[in-house]
Design a protein around this ligand. Sequence first.
Ligand SMILES: Cc1cc2nc3c(=O)[nH]c(=O)nc-3n(C[C@H](O)[C@H](O)[C@H](O)COP(=O)(O)O)c2cc1C
Length: 197
Amino acid sequence: MTESQLNVLSVVGSLRRNSVTRVVLNYVTDLLEDRGCAVDLLDLADEELPLYNPDAAYSRPQFPGLRGRVEQADVYLLGTPDYHGSISSPMKNFLDHFWHEFAGKLFVPLVASHEKGLTAIDQLRTVARQCYAWALPYGLSFVEKVDVQSGVVAEQKLKDRLNLLARDVQVYGSLLSGQRKADLAGSDAGFLAQYRR
Ligand SMILES: Cc1cc2nc3c(=O)[nH]c(=O)nc-3n(C[C@H](O)[C@H](O)[C@H](O)COP(=O)(O)O)c2cc1C
């Protein structure tokens, strides 16, 4: 990782062993690394996060490590299965643990769904708004056993859209990250002024 590198936290919000969300996030990780980004994988199936409890969250011993990783990221790739038209509970739980860490950063919604995942994408955009984060103006959804088969991204159309997404993540993530750092370091008015230390 270098000072100018874009830091991406890739969050897998499915606990399923053969998760297609995980396959797609790994695919995007490779694309982003090819573009020079540093990608940190947070797979919630491997790194179990305690259920958010406002009284306990910040005192848990394992928490500072993850908090540092979340703070370091400029971009959050948020991959979730569509559960009842919603984001998964592990993803919601992850998001509940943090708020000001997200301010001025970019959310990127990726949803495994048979129904385009629009409501889950909207929920991620709502969380972004509540936490003063930006959201990519579009999200991507994909269908198990169609777009992802036997553990790999199978459809060329999805590959093309993921390529486009990786390009936008790198370009807009970098622009937003540069402006966020300048705003935090500066003295001008703006929504990030309240996050200066
Ligand atoms: C509890 C539950 C609820 C689900 N609800 C929906 C739904 O509302 N719409 C949908 O398209 N798929 C729904 N699904 C299907 C999953 O979104 C789909 O299997 C997805 O590909 C799983 O992603 P994963 O392999 O990354 O876990 C549901 C699955 C489960 C287990």
